[in-house]
Design a protein around this ligand. Sequence first.
Ligand code: ZN
Length: 153
Amino acid sequence: MPGGPGRREPGNGCRMTEMSCRLCGELPASMTAYLDRDEELPAATRSLVWVGRSFRRCPECGAWFFRDYWPPGAGNVGDFETLQRLAGTLLDAVAALLAEGGPEGAGDATARVLAAGASEQDGDILEEAWIWRLSQPGGGIPGFAGLLLELHQ
Ligand SMILES: [Zn+2]
């Protein structure tokens, strides 16, 4: 059996590191495009694969990104969109939730994000990932309701 040290991890499905990825390696950790000023996210983001309405995945290296849209706000604040490269425990949880093979370990991974002191935005991203999972066939996950409540405390 091949294997050994190169164990596959969620979100890091091959040996290529994200920074060396020819597709997404140049993308910063977080991007904002002010749509009312005709700005666009970097061209490379168009090659990312959509997963649900809020997640994008690099087809080359498997990196995960979270996309958000902010409608026009009070005053002269126009609408804008953001794209954020996921990392750390949040990446682990999102990758587990969105995994094609099913959400193995997603509950534990989510609990680790919460235990580390999730920010409000982390909570929003996790919630989106959970909602996506629940929308999939057989998407029910034991303990989901409790975790969702915890996110909102
Ligand atoms: Zn990539």
